[in-house]
Design a binder for this molecule. Structure first.
Ligand SMILES: *Cc1c(COP(=O)(O)O)cnc(C)c1O
Length: 350
């Protein structure tokens, strides 16, 4: 019973099969394999973006940091939400890859940028001439770090503000599939149609072993990105194994199917959590992640039986009053069985 995160799960069998299939004979290295042109076509078709530049890397941190760095001068600052992966979970990689550029934090409920807060942050940047850092790209996360979603209108609102100031926009889509499935929209609608310039399209958390696509809708900086990826030590030599994963992930819209499954699993989990006595779930989960406040005794039963998920604070003690509520995070991937979800609920209910 592991509900810690969606990267705790296995690869989808189709992805593993694709890796096995790619594991015969010889293929040119460094992205010159025979699979990559098909991946490029699939991404372009999926995003309805025939001109897009498409690259693969093995981690989401590399995707975000390299994509952002491509549009960030070292004297710029990137605009990101206070609760975002680039700010909180990448050990400063975006700043590092952008040669010391900074991140300016933007506020907003539910880990979503508030348009006024973004505008305020932008207008107060670069207003001191040579003395201050200059305005760099705006990056948003979809689905967010807390499992909420920007509506298409909300994305368009953010990108419109960025565009007013001539700034590029990036979408961290580690959970792109979950968001797209939940909104019932197309990949194009959630990105370039809504004004997004570049995307980190996640595979790892949704059935791949380790692959993310970096997509630039305008290929003007494609060559620069290639140089940055190589210099940043993220150009895979045996690239065919990245290509194979991404091809399987895109074929027949597997990515979307798995995203929808993960969301449905989370919905089942939430339905069960609501039946735990004393449970409080303040925010309706919108994708595949739920934050719930549950009585300590429920956590104790589940965790003593081996269930894994995060408590907040991380070091919250299982010793103490039984009915005191402790906040937790549970994440479902596509692979969760109903039996596993129901077993966790049974333990929590006692
Ligand atoms: C997991 C995640 C990433 C990528 O993380 P890696 O561990 O570097 O693969 C990026 N953004 C968000 C929002 C994530 O949840």
């Amino acid at each position: 019973m592991n509900f810690a995160s969606d990267n705790a799960g296995p690869m989808h069998p189709s992805v593993l099969d694709a890796i096995t299939k790619a594991n015969t004979g010889y293929e040119m290295p460094y992205g010159n394999d025979t699979i990559m042109p098909r991946v490029r076509d699939l991404v372009r078709k999926t995003f309805e973006a025939p001109e897009a530049a498409v690259y693969l890397v093995a981690t989401g941190t590399a995707a975000n940091a390299l994509a952002l760095a491509t549009y960030t001068n070292s004297w710029d600052t990137m605009f990101a939400h206070r609760v975002s992966h680039v700010e909180e979970d990448e050990c400063g990689a975006p700043d590092f890859y952008a040669n010391g550029a900074r991140i300016t934090l933007v506020d907003g409920a539910g880990a979503k940028m508030d348009p006024d807060s973004l505008r305020h942050a932008i207008t107060h940047t670069g207003d001191k001439g040579v003395h201050g850092v200059q305005r760099g790209p705006v990056t948003i996360t979809q689905a967010t770090e807390v499992g909420t979603l920007y509506s298409l209108e909300e994305i368009a609102q953010i990108t419109a503000i960025a565009r007013e100031y001539g700034l590029k926009t990036h979408l961290d889509g580690a959970r792109f599939a979950n968001a797209c499935a939940a909104l019932g929209c197309t990949a194009a609608e959630m990105t370039w149609n809504a004004g997004i310039d570049m995307v980190s399209f996640g595979g790892t958390k949704n059935g791949c072993a380790g692959v993310e696509a970096v997509i630039f809708f305008d290929p003007e900086k494609a060559w620069e990105f290639e140089l940055r990826r190589k210099r940043g030590a993220h150009l895979f030599s045996k690239h065919r194994y990245l290509s194979a994963q991404m091809e399987a992930y895109l074929q027949g819209d597997l990515w979307l199917e798995l995203g929808a499954k993960a969301n449905a699993n989370c919905a089942r989990l939430v339905k069960g959590l609501e039946t735990v006595e004393g449970a409080d779930i303040p925010d309706r989960p919108e994708a595949n992640m739920v934050f719930a406040h549950l009585p300590r005794a429920a956590h104790r039963r589940a965790m003593e039986a081996g269930a894994l998920y995060y408590l907040f604070p991380f070091d919250a003690s299982l010793e103490g009053p039984d009915d005191e509520l402790i906040r937790c995070r549970m994440v479902c991937d596509w692979n969760k069985s109903h039996a596993e979800i129901d077993a966790l609920i049974a333990l929590l209910r006692g």
